[in-house]
Write a protein that binds this ligand. Structure first.
Ligand SMILES: Cc1ncc(C[n+]2csc(CCOP(=O)(O)OP(=O)(O)O)c2C)c(N)n1
Ligand code: SF4
Length: 267
């Protein structure tokens, strides 16, 4: 099928600014779905609120556009009720890791079979460029005009520690490998996290002097390296991309089904 067959053309034009990375994520997502040969009627995409969250309006799957920080809770309910469906959740860094941080940790801990995309543009784009937990120390934002005094954390380390069984990072510059990461994450049975470094030229680019969309894409090219590469040992400032964790572990819905069967059999 062509990419447009997975999109709701009636909702175009989209709301994203020129140069925003979220459209690249959308394109890679539908390419991965196509590659996997999944039927649109077996897919559910759940989102909260944010520029990133608007992605659920544009795909022609079953979609739920819910409330800020709670996409994973809605998705957990859908997956438990209809475990045969493929659940995708797309979130911004604010949605997933600020207001939704608690739910993120517990979805990972349960290892429920959901693929979580974290579209990390290091800002709250939709509300005008406030800093997020991933903006980083010293960076300027609309709410930190003199520089942010909060430290960021590493999403990969958090996802690993919380128990996610597939953990990966890609960028909007490395589109071919992003597509492969998404394909593997969706195929993986368990909680999959794919953090995608994606540019917000309108707020992050302007406030931090990271520059235009092209400047930001070039910075993903120049400042990221494949996971485990020697370059990272020499320069710890570089950001790793690729697969950090890929393990088979007991999945939550399967374990829950086991409990139901045991109770039916009076064990
Ligand atoms: C409970 C609640 N608190 C705050 C908001 C306001 N709000 C909407 S989107 C958003 C942050 C969006 O940032 P992010 O999730 O990183 O996505 P982006 O827009 O950058 O893609 C906030 C704070 C809200 N809608 N609901
Ligand atoms: S404000 Fe930023 S995140 Fe939102 S659409 Fe514009 S560029 Fe994208």
């Amino acid at each position: 099928m062509a990419a447009k067959d997975y999109l709701r053309e009636r909702f175009m034009p989209h709301i994203w600014c020129p140069g925003c990375g979220h459209g690249i994520v959308l394109n890679n997502l539908v390419e991965s779905i196509d590659r996997l040969g999944l039927n649109k009627n077996d897919l559910v995409l759940v989102t909260g609120i944010g520029c990133s969250a608007r992605i659920s309006g544009y795909v022609d799957f079953h979609t739920l556009h819910t409330i800020h920080g709670r996409a994973l809770t809605f998705a957990t309910g859908v997956k438990l009720a209809r475990p045969e469906l493929t659940l995708l959740v797309a979130m911004g860094d604010g949605d997933a890791l600020a207001i939704g941080g608690n739910h993120f940790i517990h979805a990972a801990r349960r290892n429920i079979d959901i693929t979580a995309l974290i579209m990390n543009n290091r800002t709250y784009g939709m509300t005008g460029g406030q800093h997020s937990p991933l903006t980083g120390y010293g960076m300027k934002s609309i709410t930190a005009p003199l520089g942010n005094i909060e430290q960021a954390f590493d999403t990969m380390e958090l996802a690993k520690a919380a128990g996610a069984s597939f953990v990966a990072r890609g960028t909007t510059y490395h589109v071919r490998s992003l597509q492969k990461l998404l394909t593997k994450a969706i195929r993986h049975k368990g909680f999959s996290v794919v953090e995608i470094l994606t540019q917000c030229p309108t707020y992050f680019g302007r406030k931090t002097k990271a520059g235009t969309a092209v400047d930001m894409l070039q910075s993903y090219r120049d400042n990221t390296v494949p996971v485990g590469s020697e370059a990272k040992q020499k320069n710890p400032e570089l950001i790793e991309r690729g697969i950090f964790v890929q393990e088979e572990r007991t999945e939550f819905c399967a374990a829950y089904e086991g409990i139901i069967q045991s109770s039916r059999e009076g064990r």
